[in-house]
Design a protein around this ligand. Sequence first.
Ligand SMILES: *Cc1c(COP(=O)(O)O)cnc(C)c1O
Length: 396
Amino acid sequence: MSESFQPDEKGFYGPYGGAYIPEMLIPNIENLRENYIRIMNSESFRKNFKTLLEDYAGRPSPLYYATRLSEQYGCNIWLKREDLNHTGSHKVNNTIGQILLAHEMGKKRIIAETGAGQHGVATATVCALMGLECIVYMGETDIERQAPNVARMKMLGAEVRSAVSGSRTLKDATNEALRDWIANPLDTFYLIGSVVGPHPYPDLVAKMQSVISGEIQWQLRNKTDKSDPDYVVACVGGGSNAAGSFYHFMDNPDVKLIGAEAAGEGLSSGKTAASIALGETGVIHGSMTNLMQTNDGQITEPYSISAGLDYPGIGPLHAWLNHTGRAKYLSVTDQEALDAALLLTRKEGIIPALESAHALAALNQLDLKSGENVVVTISGRGDKDMKTYMDRLQLV
Ligand SMILES: *Cc1c(COP(=O)(O)O)cnc(C)c1O
């Protein structure tokens, strides 16, 4: 495999990535770009990151052999249980890492954007832990839809600011957060929740989440005496749990990498978030990538039953993994995800997040063979989705 899956000096993965930002933000981004690798490699960062991941977040997360699901699919299915982390998803790996980075850089005020609220909760959590001021931007529509997570953020001491422009969802919250950062460049750290945004964020977040694939390697070796699985399967919103699950396997072409993106009500329904299947190259959130846009370049409103996958773009690493064919991205509809969530629940007693259910549903599209080892990342738990499950699975 000749291609590199690491970004170049300017943050490009092939034609994707970079930093397309207003002039005013350049000093901030440069400061971060010049310091992140040095800080992340320092003895003190590594020690603090490891301790908090273990003792606070509860890592390593188990790699669980799913016996009854394996029987169903005729291969060996291993679940990487990110749902068992503190705050209920993989998001906390990244927020712990970035809060330590912010601390090292002397920043006292943390801003973040959130859609469903999972990243907002993980950010508010680590700000409480470190005693830092926390402001979370959230679209007005999402504030109404995700009331329990808004309450959690407030209890944790964060201020939730409502974005009232555009469709009042994630991309509007992002615009507000960027505006805040421009106005407060000196004391503020912008804590981004996925492998998106201007360089160095996509690389920085991928490295924070790479703890997932690092653990998969030694856990699988302990259980099977092979460290590399045949498949790694993960859902893709912006792409952080997938990037973290793929990371240590990207340079080994024998490991098939599968991303599951949200088709919503179907690729041709107009209600979808399948940015790889339907997207074209363009700039969103400060980087060049695949995104869903109209003929005149307006970003299309995304739709998915799962709020965490409801994003019109994808991180530039994934645009590149797709472009080179190194990873394959499959589209999964709302209904397929619901069916897969119920199957996991009934076969293994694990209620997954709706996002993670997309990864499970992608198994139906693979030609799995007896003896193959398939790792599926369960990015989060289903508690936050119970209302949707109750309504859509006719459980009441
Ligand atoms: C946020 C979220 C996602 C989607 O984000 P990625 O950056 O693509 O990982 C997936 N699953 C859960 C549980 C989430 O909270």
